[in-house]
Ligand binder design. Structure first.
Ligand code: T5A
Length: 242
């Protein structure tokens, strides 16, 4: 059986609209590349042909019931986990996902007001143990985030929501961070790009160092355990089948 330390690590990136995820992704990639870590870069909703088709529906539809939106997010997530995330982690690759399950708590839970209990049930059934190891939350006042993307020629269905919606999204993200302090790191995304980049790089480097330390310790312990195995009993046993 594969040990926890042989698996890759799942890093997720979250934040409201215009928080600067695209810029942050580059910083994460730089640190992993410098550390010689092989990784897969992916996104949600999306990441597979089927999940990307669901993304087009989610972001392009004129109207969707909140519950339909939630179920489609989790349907695309299941495809993504099964076909991309799990196989990569099992092969020892790291995965960086531009948004993951916390976005459903924030947008469908906080933004749309869907009962958290239902999202937790879906999380358990669809994501199960495939939870993020590290989540970077780019926290920003939605007024500033929206101002940054105002110049975009086209906006999608969710980006067209009102400010109050994005305020609720922000609060729900912060609640997620309070509930999972072991994996969340909050970054003040209103800072200048170079400061955001600096913070992300520091967090990532610490995480890489801690992971590599864990892996070395595990290898050392396995070697130590092997060398203390009791000697194999040399007495010949009965031949097979007797
Ligand atoms: N969704 C997703 C759900 O509702 N539920 C779910 O479960 C999931 C998984 C997905 C949408 O789906 C929703 C959330 C989303 O609405 P997306 O493509 O992930 O869509 O979402 P967006 O937030 O729209 O992603 P963007 O790529 O558009 O935004 P970014 O990456 O946050 O913004 P970015 O990096 O392009 O930056 C925006 C602008 O700001 C500038 C950049 O240069 C750029 O012009 N900028 C800064 N300016 C000043 N200072 C800084 N520090 C800056 N950082 C960036």
């Amino acid at each position: 059986m594969q040990s926890r330390t042989d698996r890759g690590r799942l890093i997720t990136l979250e934040g409201g609209e215009g928080a600067g995820k695209t810029t942050a992704l580059k910083s994460i990639q730089t640190v992993l590349e410098e550390a010689g870590i092989r990784y897969v870069l992916t996104r949600e909703p999306g990441g597979t042909a089927e999940a990307e088709a669901i993304r087009d529906l989610l972001l392009g539809a004129e109207h969707l019931e909140p519950i339909t939106e939630l179920l489609l997010m989790f349907a695309s997530r299941r495809e993504h986990i099964n076909k991309v995330i799990e196989p990569a982690l099992a092969a020892g690759l790291w995965v960086i996902s531009d948004r993951y399950v916390d976005a459903s708590y924030a947008y469908q839970g906080g933004g749309r007001g869907i009962d958290r209990h239902l999202i937790e049930q879906l999380d358990q059934a669809v994501v199960g143990p495939c939870q993020a190891d590290l989540t970077l939350l780019l926290d920003i006042d939605p007024k500033l985030g929206m101002a940054r993307i105002r110049h975009r020629p086209r906006t999608d269905r969710i980006e067209n929501e009102q400010l109050a919606f994005f305020e609720r999204v922000r609060q729900a993200y912060r609640q997620q961070a309070r509930q999972h302090p072991e994996r969340f790191r909050i970054i003040d995304a209103s800072q200048a790009k170079n400061r955001v980049r600096g913070e992300i790089e520091t967090i990532l480097k610490d995480f890489v160092t801690a992971t590599q330390h864990q892996q070395h310790q595990h290898q050392h312990e396995s070697r130590h355990t092997d060398s203390h195995q009791p000697p194999i009993d040399k007495k010949p046993g009965p031949p097979d089948g007797h």
